[in-house]
Structures are given as C-alpha cells and as structure tokens.
Design a binder for this molecule. Structure first.
Ligand code: AN0
Ligand code: CP
Length: 316
C-alpha cells in the first residue's frame, strides 16, 4: 500500500480487517519488519487516540517513531502555491514536506477541514501535497474529508461483535453538538460500511445530509426512531451541515441516544469514535452501560493502524 487515505486505497477490505484481528492476537510477531524504519506522525490538530495508537502501532512493529505537533512546534506554514511570503508564514509546505520525507519512511498526517469553503476542504489540498512532496507512503490520521484509520477500527469492532450468520443492521445516527464539527468520521464510516457485509442506514435531521459521494447506496432517514428499529449497532456522531456548509442548524433536541432510544433497537451495541460530549451527544447511562463499545473501539485503533503500517512496510 503506497497510501492510506480512504477505503479506495485498500484492495481487499475484508483481508485488512482479518489482518488487524490477527495482529490483535499477536501484536509483537513482526518486530523485525520495522527495524531501522522511521515513522513520522505530523499533527496540525489535537489528538489522543490517533496519536497514541499509531505511535504504539509503529513501536509494536519495531519502528522508530517521531511525533510533531506541526501547528505549534513548527514554523508557521504556507500552503498556497505561488504566493509572495511577505506576511506571517515562515516556511512553505513545498520545502517542509520534502524535508520530512528525507527523515521518514512512512508519514502520517492529521489536518482537519476549516469548514469555511466546501470546495477548498473537499479538494484535500494539504493531504495531496504531502503525497506529492514527501515521496514516501502517506497515512491519513484524519484529513479534511475522511478518517480512514477510525473506520477500519470501527469495521474491526463490528466484525468482532456481530452475531455470526446474521447481516447486521448498522445505523449511523447524527448527534447534537454545540460547535461545527467535520464530516470526516461520518463520511468515512459511510464509505467503509458500503464495502462491508452490513445493512447501513443513516439518520440525521433535515439539512444535515452528507455528500452523496459517501452515502449513495445507503438509506437516509430523517426520522431517527424509524431508523433505529431493529438496529444491531448504533454509531453516534455529530457533524455540521454539508448543504449549508459548516453551519450548526439546530440544537438537535431529542437526537441524543438514551436507554429509551435503545429500547427501539435490537439491543444495539453503541459506538462513538471519541472524544464524546457526555449528556449532549450520548447519555451517561448509555456510555456507562453494557451496550457501549467505545473503549474496545478505541483499543482497536491500535490494530487497525498496525495492519496498515505492516502492509506499507511489506510493500504490499
Ligand atoms: C473531530 C471530528 O469529529 O472530526 C475528531 C474526531 C476523531 N472531533 C472533534 O472535533 C470534537
Ligand atoms: N477518534 C480519534 O481519532 O480520536 P483523537 O482525535 O483523540 O485522535
């Protein structure tokens, strides 16, 4: 794998899920693979899970790992081409990315959308510049439109928890939030679930439909109670409006998943990528209850990252 930026970079999704599950049983089996190889993890935004799980994934494979919070620790970065740099930016992405490529064998990059200009965000300019300019394999640690390592871990979790012989009904359920939040996790989840053996239903208030390129083929319902009927998994996530780009259109009253909502489902397992706002996106009772998978889901981030890095190291 030369890059891991979306599900489309994966030849065989089921095989990658199985690879992650195999690594979960024996995480240190490939310590020699990463010897004398360096993984660079570059963050333009905060992170807990992605940073620690991907770092640990590299270490488990015997790699050296360097982490840099580029937004805080690096020179102020210019990303636009052709500008005269007589303002506040100090270093151009053209040099910065090329230099990082000299020190690293694989680079992971996190860069959220600005949520101001839809076309700009959806062009994935920064991620594409990293691919073009570093000259090494690139792993998305969440880009402007997608979060593929999260989705791979989500699929691993669903595979582990699903009842054998039954195609699970998976509901992606929009949740309330006070701030404009990226579409990445929801976009990616929809995209990955369409490549898996599940029935995907998406439910969100009107005005919150995701971009069709990610949801086509899935049922989209604006009535949450109807969507939740007989669900085996409920994936809770907020996102801002795509249509009225980056805006918060409603306080979302009544959309939080509670035990009352869970009663509509087939005793569904509840997932969230974290970080989660308790009492706003998800109720305390559900998060602390027996149906929550959120911690195991976060645990699986490690094996998802390890499966991807292993493929890259093997050049497969
Ligand atoms: C980010 C998001 O939803 O894209 C990161 C989640 C992994 N979350 C927030 O901004 C709260
Ligand atoms: N789920 C996830 O990506 O978490 P972090 O933002 O903490 O990395």
């Amino acid at each position: 794998m030369k890059q891991f930026t979306s599900v489309h970079d994966v030849q065989d999704v089921a095989a990658l899920v199985n690879e992650a599950l195999k690594l979960k049983k024996n995480p240190y089996a490939h310590k020699a693979l990463g010897q004398d190889k360096t993984l660079g993890l570059i963050f333009m935004n905060p992170s807990l899970r992605t940073r620690l799980s991907t770092q640990k994934a590299g270490l488990n494979l015997g790699m050296n790992v360097m982490v840099m919070n580029l937004d805080k620790e690096g020179w102020a970065l210019e990303t636009q081409d052709g500008v005269i740099m007589d303002g506040t930016t100090v270093e151009h992405i053209r040099e910065a990315a090329a230099v990082m490529g000299q020190y690293c064998d694989i680079i992971g990059i996190r860069s959220f959308p600005k949520l101001q200009d839809r076309e700009e965000d959806y062009s994935e300019d920064l991620l594409n510049k990293f691919i073009e300019l570093t000259g090494v394999p690139i792993v998305s640690l969440e880009s402007a439109t997608r979060h593929p390592l999260q989705s791979l871990a989500d699929l691993v979790t669903i595979k582990e928890q699903a009842t054998a012989g039954k195609k699970p009904k998976v509901v992606l359920s929009w949740a309330p939030h006070i701030k404009p939040i990226p579409h990445c996790v929801a976009n990616s989840f929809a995209e990955w679930m369409q490549q898996a053996d599940v029935e995907l239903v998406i439910t969100n208030p009107e005005g919150y439909d995701l971009a069709e390129e990610f949801t086509k083929g899935a049922q989209v319902l604006h009535n949450q109670d109807e969507a939740l009927q007989d669900a085996d998994f409920v994936y809770v996530k907020n996102w801002s409006s795509y249509e009225q780009y980056g805006q918060v259109l409603t306080d979302g009253e009544g959309w939080m998943i509670t035990n009352e909502k869970l009663a509509l489902t087939n005793n569904a397992k509840v997932m969230h990528c974290l970080p989660v706002r308790r009492g706003l996106e998800l109720s305390h009772e559900v998060l602390d209850g027996p149906n929550s998978l959120v911690i195991e889901q976060a645990n699986n981030r490690l094996y998802a990252a390890q499966a991807v890095l292993k493929r890259m190291l093997e050049g497969k």
